[in-house]
Design a protein around this ligand. Structure first.
Ligand SMILES: Nc1ncnc2c1ncn2[C@@H]1O[C@H](COP(=O)(O)OP(=O)(O)O)[C@@H](O)[C@H]1O
Ligand SMILES: [Mg+2]
Length: 232
């Protein structure tokens, strides 16, 4: 059984005039130590599925199991704080906090001492290949690639083993995009994370252990060697 089991999950947005079925009867499973890509056209439901995996919302029907526990029965605030982290296209660092403060923040929320949190944060920042120079810098003074690496370090700070990313290379050039791809792959293969990435980036999808395609709310598996569509 996978770390995450998605069982016949659907999700609808209830608008004033219409209901949009964004995710339709999706069943799939994600293992620890594996790197997954989800590709598909814009509007096909990728972000919605990721939000469900992140526990930001519950399925309209069906269930997601994490380590055997039903998401609907979990404390989802705690799940988001301790188990699953999300990295976004727009980096989403706290603009007024330095790199070190950004990475320290989730640990302080968990009640760890400042000194301890800072020591761990420095280690996590080093592991994404950034040096001391970045510690006191705010996001505005960092490149996109640096911001995204700090965002990955911050996502790890919470300590969970589920890493979700929505177009993490979407705002980066090829070189920085590849660097982020490699970081995410390393998390899966060397640190045992389940890494699930929504992407238009062909390079990233090529590196994944498995590629899923979202099409009009439905998820299919693409053969690893196969071609996939992209609207990038
Ligand atoms: N907050 C929302 N309210 C209503 N409809 C939404 C909302 N977010 C997304 N949708 C719709 O749900 C469908 C899937 O969207 P989304 O999951 O964002 O797709 P993707 O990430 O693949 O572009 C689209 O038809 C989109 O318009
Ligand atoms: Mg999206």
């Amino acid at each position: 059984m996978g770390l995450i089991e998605v069982k016949d999950v659907s999700y609808s947005y209830q608008g004033k005039y219409q209901t949009i079925e964004a995710v339709k009867n999706v069943t799939c499973s994600f293992d620890e130590g594996a790197f997954y890509a989800i590709v598909g056209h814009s509007g096909s439901g990728k972000t919605t599925l990721l939000s469900l995996l992140a526990g930001l919302d519950l399925p309209t029907s069906g269930e997601i199991y994490v380590d055997g526990s039903a998401m609907s029965a979990l404390n989802r605030d705690r799940y988001r704080l301790k188990t699953a982290s999300v990295v976004y296209q727009s980096f989403n660092l706290f603009p007024l906090l330095t790199a070190l403060e950004n990475v320290t923040y989730p640990m302080q929320l968990q009640g760890r001492s400042k000194a301890e949190a800072e020591a761990v944060a420095k280690q996590l920042i080093a592991e994404v290949g950034l040096g001391e120079k970045i510690w006191r810098r705010r996001p505005l003074m960092m490149s996109g690639g640096e911001q995204q690496r700090v965002a990955i370090a911050r996502a790890r700070a919470a300590g969970g083993k589920i890493m979700l990313a929505d177009e993490p290379t979407g705002n980066l050039d090829a070189k920085n995009g590849n660097m982020i791809t490699n970081q995410l792959k390393l998390l899966a293969h060397e640190r045992g994370y389940a890494v699930i990435v929504v992407t238009h980036n062909e390079e990233l999808a090529k590196q994944a252990d498995a590629v899923y395609m979202m099409q009009d709310g439905q998820l299919t598996t693409l053969a690893k060697e196969g071609q996939h569509e992209s609207d990038a």
